[in-house]
Write a protein that binds this ligand. Structure first.
Ligand code: 0A1
Ligand code: ZN
Length: 876
């Protein structure tokens, strides 16, 4: 693609047309061979009455060698083009007909990991979003749903596909999936695999065989994933009334996978990183992600599979809802407060960043060039936030009723966001047309708040104003519906008004409160009719509790008020948020004005650190300093040009100041948090380890790393091993430990990914480019393995000061590697390119250097549609 060559034209939501033909039944036979797999298909079509008249039938197909095709046994003479095959209306019968085809494909040559490919001698598939067209000719769109029968012929011992097993013999197996599904949920696996098995009985008594299939040697690492699956299945029954609907549920772990995992009907395929775990190989974070992703894919069985998306613009219909459900699940399993804080940290780091830059797009986009580029934080995480807001607005009971209606009304269908909102409208009688803007308009609203206190009348008024910034293609926006959860405290620290949900619907809106005999209440009547309130003192407002809406709250508060909320807020999210805001204010002044952290903030932080009444996991989060990228984003939003080197230096100085202030407490904290007995991955123990490692991090800054060295030597679990190593690298030590780690774990791919990432994240800013060069030259660096590529190249922007070093070396290196990967795996190359999306925050030199790299990428002949779209959008 060159800058002058036309970009492929986008697909638009407004152009949606129902399919010309529907499918009643699909039968597929696979004769597996690495270089020449034959796929035989028999597809029973019928004209779609929603498209009256006679139509050509367009079948998608890419990189397929057509051997033979026929309609009702008559050979098809049409020849395929680059993207498929058209069967002219004239050659199609008026009513139902059977299309048969035989095609040849080469899974061993498939490095893009879409369609049928090979990973370590195992065959596997990835069909979402449009991978099925690389397997055979088919209407590869989610609104064409059909039951599938699949026969697999291969000498490999384990042959799997969707649905229930029909039979198997020497060199073959057959599967039948009775549930109509779109092609993107098709899956096939063949390999020399072992199963970790268990059984589950559904609430209504269906016996389900559960299997997690892995390579030999990994069978002992599946227990936590299996346990998570069983808890997910039970939870979906109790929380949503949703049962599993087949006799088997298979999960397969593969080492080469572009994403986290995939919800194929009855045959989930997982990146092995999100399945395999033992205490000595996986960290607490890994265990947490395994639990969440196993749940996510399982929950898709209802939100995604039984009810799927009409078209890819509706991706958030399944993803936003399924993320919301997995977040609820994790909250129930662990801690709602900690989960909410972690989710908001991710939302701000990834989604707010996306929403504030050239890649901003609505939760439901209305155009795309390559749909794989829209599996984004906006579709997933903001999509989940929008559902959370809907639930807050209608309340838990109506949310449950609306979901029941959704499941009954749309079971077996391919639905839209309009369908989704209609179930809420029909359940509650609310008009959600204004709320819908959350789906159609991009950008993070800024919410400002001013307070007014009338001592004579005892009237406390909050006035909110929302500003919806322009985003690409959307210069102007209407007012959003913003649920604002509010609590009031009195100056003693007692809560005088429990959490109350305010629904903001106008651009500017005031809410008034008064103290009454029953405590503080919202007062609706304005003016002289108002009942005089009781004599009272000015309350302290806790605004946007639980982060009740994905907005940037701008509040002119004093440090004293923040410290007060940090000490007294009963809402754990806002308690944490108050500490976070204080820390960011302090750090911002250090960066922009050379200030030093004052004793008030340090004392407040120390009080939280040693407060044993607080959950250790919460304390660990409170001790985590704001990240450098976060500060760059915040400073940019406040009108500054962030200087990565200054941010880095200031944050280090802040860490040193905290370490000195906490020093007397650290050894005691570190020792007291040691977990007696064997490792357990459950949340309570993980929270204690998180706080212990936070203490070790600060301790290392004052003891020169002595404790961290000992902790590394003594660690009997990966959380502490890698945690101690990170502490050492953070203070410029740890070389011997890195070598020891490599010799201990050199044969373990997943553990070695951590080794690669750690070195990059902790490289000094001026040495980051060399670290990339050294690590990519390491014999174990394999660009074809997405996990390894992500572990190095994907980790680069996580080292903010290194990536943005004034030399521009890392910009060039990133572009080099994206261009190397693009011909092999365009999807992963396109994903990794988002590191460049924040260019407009920085100074003119950095902007120029990043834009030069993006132009260089765009100028490469034969660039993929994936990377071409991303680079084009980032350049604007
Ligand atoms: N639906 C999966 C995510 C996924 C999307 C695309 C993939 O390959 C291109 C793979 C997985 C999920 O939400 O988990
Ligand atoms: Zn998903």
């Amino acid at each position: 693609m060159t800058p002058d060559s036309p970009q492929p034209s986008p697909i638009r939501l407004n152009d949606y047309q129902p399919p010309t033909h529907l499918i009643d039944q699909v039968a597929l036979t696979f004769r597996l061979d690495p270089q020449a797999t034959r796929v035989l298909s028999e597809i029973r079509f019928r004209p779609n009455s929603a498209r009256p008249g006679r139509h050509d039938l367009r079948l998608d197909g890419e990189n397929l060698t057509l051997i033979v095709a026929a309609v009702d046994g008559h050979p098809v003479t049409a020849t395929p083009d680059a993207t498929g095959l058209t069967l002219p209306a004239a050659m199609l019968p008026d009513g139902p007909f059977t299309f048969t085809a035989e095609v040849e494909i080469a899974p061993a040559a498939n490095t893009a990991l879409e369609g049928l490919y090979m990973s370590n001698g195992m065959y596997c598939t990835q069909c979402e979003a449009e991978g099925f067209r690389k397997i055979t000719f088919y209407p590869d769109r989610p609104d064409v749903m059909a039951p599938f029968r699949v026969r697999i012929e291969s000498d490999l011992p384990v042959l799997l596909s969707n649905g229930n097993p029909l039979g198997q013999g020497e060199g073959w197996a057959e599967w039948h999936d009775p549930w109509p599904k779109p092609a993107y949920l098709f899956a096939l696996v063949a390999g020399d695999l072992l199963a970790h098995s268990a059984a589950f009985t559904t609430a209504s008594g269906r016996a389900v065989a559960l299997n997690i299939w892995v390579r030999h040697g990994d069978e002992g690492r599946c227990a936590y994933a299996m346990d998570s699956l069983i808890r997910s299945m039970r939870w979906d029954e109790t929380a949503y009334g949703r049962e599993y609907d087949l006799d088997v549920f298979n999960i397969v772990a593969v080492d080469d996978f572009n994403m986290g995992a995939m919800e194929n009907k009855g045959l989930n395929i997982f990146n092995s990183k999100y399945v395999l775990a033992l205490p000595e190989t996986a960290t607490d974070d890994d265990f947490g992600r395994i639990e969440a992703i196993i749940a996510h894919e399982y929950f898709h069985n209802w939100t995604g599979n039984r009810i799927t998306c009409r078209d890819w613009f509706q991706l958030c219909l399944k993803e936003g809802l399924t993320v919301f459900r997995d977040q609820q699940f994790t909250g129930d399993m662990r801690s709602h407060a900690v989960k909410r804080i972690e989710d908001v940290l991710t939302l701000r780091a990834r989604q707010f960043r996306e929403d504030g830059g050239p890649l901003a797009h609505p939760v439901r986009p209305d155009r795309y060039v390559e749909i794989n580029n829209f599996y984004t934080a906006t579709v997933y995480e903001k999509g989940a936030e929008v559902i959370g807001m809907l639930k807050r607005l209608v309340g838990d009971a109506d949310y449950a009723r609306a979901l029941d209606l959704y499941f009954t009304r749309h079971d077996g269908e391919a639905a839209t966001i309009e369908d989704w909102l209609a179930v809420f409208q029909d359940t509650t009688g609310r008009d959600l047309s204004q709320f819908k803007r959350w789906y159609t308009e991009a950008g993070t609203p800024r919410l400002t708040v001013t307070e007014d206190w009338q001592a004579d009348t005892g009237l406390f008024t909050l006035t909110f104003a929302q500003h919806n910034p322009p985003t690409p293609g959307q210069p102007e926006k209407g007012a959003k519906v913003i649920p604002i959860a509010l609590g009031l405290l009195n100056p003693n620290g007692d809560e005088v008004m429990p959490t109350t949900m305010l629904a903001m619907t106008a651009m500017t809106q005031s809410f008034a409160f008064q103290s009454t005999a029953d405590g503080w209440q919202q007062v609706v009547a304005e003016g002289p009719d108002r009942v005089p309130g009781a004599v009272s003192t000015r309350p302290i407002a806790s605004i946007l509790r639980g982060f009740s809406a994905p907005v940037l709250l701008e509040r002119d508060t004093s440090p004293e008020e923040r410290a007060f909320l940090l000490a007294h807020d009963t809402d754990p999210f806002n308690k944490w948020e108050a500490g976070r805001a204080l820390a960011k204010d302090v750090l911002a002044r250090m960066i922009t004005a050379g200030a030093t952290p004052g004793p008030d903030w340090l004392d407040a932080l120390a009080r939280v650190a040693v407060d044993d009444s607080l959950d250790p996991a919460f304390r660990a989060l409170a001790l985590r300093l704001p990240g450098e990228d976060d500060m760059a984003q915040t400073l940019h939003a406040a009108g500054h040009v962030p200087d990565p080197a200054r941010i880095h230096a200031a944050r280090r100085a802040m860490g040193d100041a905290v370490a000195r202030r906490l020093a007397p407490h650290l050894p005691g904290l570190f020792d007291a948090l040691a977990e007696p007995g064997p490792f357990t991955p459950e949340a309570r123990a993980a929270g204690r380890r998180a706080l212990r490692l936070a203490a070790l991090g600060y301790l290392s800054r004052v003891d020169g790393g002595a404790r961290a060295e000992a902790a590394f030597r003594q660690a009997d679990n990966m959380t502490e091993e890698v945690g101690a190593l990170a502490c050492l690298l953070d203070i410029g030590r740890g070389q011997a430990e890195l070598a020891a780690f490599e010799s201990r774990w050199g044969a373990d791919r997943l553990v070695m990914d951590k080794w690669f990432t750690l070195q990059l994240l902790h490289a000094a800013p001026e040495a980051t480019a060399q670290a990339v060069e050294r690590l990519t030259a390491h014999p174990a660096f394999d660009m074809k393995n997405p996990n390894r590529f992500r572990a190095v190249i994907g980790a680069l922007p996580g080292n903010h000061a290194g990536f943005h070093h004034a030399s521009g070396d890392c910009y060039r290196l990133l572009a080099d590697w994206l261009l190397k990967l693009d011909p092999l795996n365009p999807q992963t190359a396109a994903r990794m390119s988002t590191a460049f999306d924040s260019w407009s925050r920085y100074d003119a030199d950095r902007q120029g250097m990043i834009r030069d790299q993006l132009r260089r990428i765009l100028a490469v002949p034969g660039l993929s549609r994936d990377l071409g779209e991303m680079a084009g959008r980032m350049l604007g």
